[in-house]
Design a protein around this ligand. Structure first.
Ligand code: C5P
Length: 406
């Protein structure tokens, strides 16, 4: 692949912070610097002291013509160097990344200049791991990678082949051309939502019956959080109004935790006015108990109130806020249906005054909690049939259409 063909004026103003860790493949980082520079990108290097055992800071200093950070306190003119590096980066690429550094980032350990910068930055993080196959496949590494991916960190998968230690298997640093191309791709998409505010409702709402019992809906929050991660990567300022979920948001997303539909409406109203794109992905309970008891209702004495819980309708957050929509705002809703997905989705587009409805099948193990989804995107005069794909990819397609409507 000829990376110089990718030179783009929009990339000229971008800074990639390249993190280099202690691994035999560290020498390839010099080629990564050159590949990115050929595309017009400014590269700064931050390396661990262990990386210094494999490649010298002088090499990177000569290639980048920038200071190279290796120790937390070695920049006399910049007492908090990790913070200035963190802020300067449009993208933080760590290539090669060892299992150790990945584990530290996953757990928030910041004990050197590289991991401290990783903890401080709000720039998208792109990791190209390289290590022995045993380390790559170790459940601890697999868990750490999953944890980071759930938070929106992107990975450039290691290749299979001969490893420096003589073993054969997965763990070789991906090819330099692939790393450069993926980095440029990540930088390009970073731009199209720059300056835009995106708000997303996500997860279930929980309506209290008493302090121990509740009414709720099935929802893992994965779709809403995938949308948040994708919008963030594309440069938006993102706020999630989230019911209780176990997924984590990408670093840099503002999360407002809420419980009930009324809380969610209040929190959503507070950011709707400022939002360019408002996405309503939450599984909001349609009803809530008329009253929530302050103490646990006892089966023996309050059996009747438990057997017959009187319900009242919750506000429709999407419909309420879409009715207040101003010019220049785009509203996206979801329709999770067991039957007549398209027909019901079309009805919702009109009844809720949304600009776009993402309709999908749910029930019988489909939809909820899964990493992939099959959907139809319904607009006023167009229906797009989107094949089943990971929620992260679907998120980008939804954002493409929302952006087009803006
Ligand atoms: O009416 P239904 O619940 O199927 O509509 C789904 C869409 O409406 C979703 O986008 C959901 O987040 C939103 N909704 C809402 N408030 C409600 C009910 C649904 O925002 N009370």
């Amino acid at each position: 692949m000829n990376v110089s063909a990718n030179i783009s004026t929009s990339l000229a103003a971008k800074t990639v912070l390249l993190g280099v860790t202690g691994c035999v493949a560290a020498y390839k980082s010099a080629e990564i610097v050159r590949g990115l520079q050929k595309a017009g990108v400014r590269v700064k290097v931050v390396m661990t002291e262990h990386a210094g055992e494999f490649i010298g800071a002088t090499t990177f200093r000569a290639l980048t013509r920038e200071p190279v950070a290796m120790r937390l306190f070695d920049e006399p003119g910049d007492a908090i160097h990790h913070i200035s590096l963190a802020k300067e980066a449009d993208l933080f690429l760590i290539a090669p990344c060892t299992a150790n550094v990945m584990a530290k980032i996953a757990w928030g350990i910041a004990d050197d200049i590289l991991t401290t910068t990783a903890l401080a930055t709000t720039a998208p993080l792109l990791i190209a791991p390289a290590m022995n196959v045993g380390m790559y496949e170790n459940p601890a590494t697999v868990e750490n990678m999953k944890m980071l991916a759930d938070r929106g960190v992107q990975f450039i998968e290691a290749d299979e082949g001969y490893l420096a230690c003589g073993d054969v298997g997965k763990g070789r640093l991906a090819e330099v051309d692939v790393i450069v191309a993926r980095t440029l791709e990540a930088l390009e998409v970073t731009c199209d939502l720059a300056g835009k505010r995106v708000m997303i409702t996500a997860g279930p709402t929980v309506e209290a019956i008493d302090p121990v019992r509740c009414i709720t809906n099935h929802s893992s929050g994965k779709m809403g959080y995938a949308l948040a991660g994708a919008a963030l990567r594309r440069g938006a300022q993102v706020t999630i109004l989230s019911g209780p979920v176990s997924v984590s948001a990408a670093q840099g997303v503002t999360v407002v935790p809420v419980t009930s539909a009324s809380d969610m409406l209040e929190a959503a109203r507070a950011c709707f006015g400022e939002a360019d794109i408002a996405i309503f992905a939450a599984a909001v309970c349609d009803m809530r108990p008329v009253a929530s008891a302050t103490s646990k209702l006892k089966k023996e004495t309050a059996g009747e109130s438990l057997r017959t819980i009187e319900l009242v309708e919750n506000p429709d957050i999407l419909a309420t806020l879409a009715a207040e929509k101003q010019k220049g705002q785009v509203v996206v809703g979801f329709a999770a249906e067991t039957d007549e997905v398209l027909a019901n989705g079309k009805k919702k587009l009109a009844s809720k005054k949304a600009d776009l409805i993402v309709a999908n099948h749910v029930g019988n193990g489909i939809g909820f909690g899964q990493d992939a989804n099959k959907a139809w995107l319904i607009k006023a005069n167009e229906v797009i049939d989107v094949p089943e794909m990971p929620k992260d990819d679907l998120a980008d397609i939804i954002l493409n259409h929302a952006l087009e409507l803006l």
